[in-house]
Design a protein around this ligand. Structure first.
Ligand code: PEP
Length: 239
């Protein structure tokens, strides 16, 4: 049985105090929820404080990017080794905005993925289309697959208010699981969490997570209000 996973993608939002107030409210609001895993993807500058505050809670702190090298002359980049050292749990890689605005490719996402896993980070790999699945997973071992979740986020749905249809998202989630099954076998594919992202809100989230192959949601805009995000988590955990 796959544990549902709901992830807030804060993107480049919030000042320090907003971030800390949000996480404190989120901790209190979800203290009794154990059947759903909660993620918060924040700017690097907040990660240490967020990780420290969420120790021993059900909330996982997620970096929004990490480099394919651990150290060296890469001005402006973030080392996955340093993230791991800080106590960050997850990194999200391959988000559409990274691809579109910062020229990330399947190859760079794959290099980053391999190095994140080598640093014991769990990874949410974003794909916008099925063709990206095999190239981003190149060289990933069966054992490493257990630490990967795949988020399907169609480009037309990100930040537009126009979510995919639940059936359309289910079809792609199933196709992702099929690709993983072909490459890694049934044990790995059955354990894999596939998330849907793109204009998910409190009104449509259950349409997605009730689908057989969708195990959670990645939430941008609707996660920025903590009260709303807590309600979304509660709704999911009451299923
Ligand atoms: C995202 O960018 O990952 C996302 C899901 O955004 P939104 O929910 O705002 O579409």
């Amino acid at each position: 049985m796959r544990k549902p996973f709901i992830v807030a993608n804060w993107k480049m939002n919030f000042l320090h105090d907003d971030a800390i107030n949000y996480i404190q409210k989120l901790i209190l609001g979800t203290i009794d929820i154990h059947n759903t895993e909660i993620g918060v993807a924040a700017q690097d500058i907040f990660l240490k404080e967020l990780s420290d505050s969420t120790l021993n809670t059900n909330i996982k702190i997620v970096a929004q990017n990490a480099h394919w090298k651990n150290e060296g002359s890469y001005t402006g980049e973030t080392s996955p080794m340093a993230l791991s050292d800080l106590g960050v749990d997850y990194v999200m890689l391959g988000h559409f905005e990274r691809r579109q605005l910062f020229n990330e490719t399947n190859e760079t996402v794959n290099r980053k993925l391999r190095n994140a896993l080598n640093n014991n980070l769990d990874v949410i790999v974003d794909v916008e289309e099925l063709e990206q699945v095999e190239p981003v997973l190149k060289f990933i071992t069966e054992e490493q697959m257990a630490r990967i979740s795949i988020a399907f986020e169609p480009t037309y749905a990100i930040g537009t208010g126009k979510a995919a249809s639940a059936q359309g998202a289910q079809d792609v989630a199933k196709a992702i699981r099929d690709i993983v099954r072909e490459n890694y076998g049934s044990n790995v594919s059955e354990g894999l969490r596939v998330l849907y992202g793109g204009s998910v809100d409190i009104n449509n989230e259950l349409d997605f997570v009730l689908q057989e192959d969708i195990d959670g949601v990645l939430v941008g805009k609707a996660s920025l209000n903590v009260d709303n995000f807590i309600k979304m988590i509660q709704k999911l955990s009451n299923l």
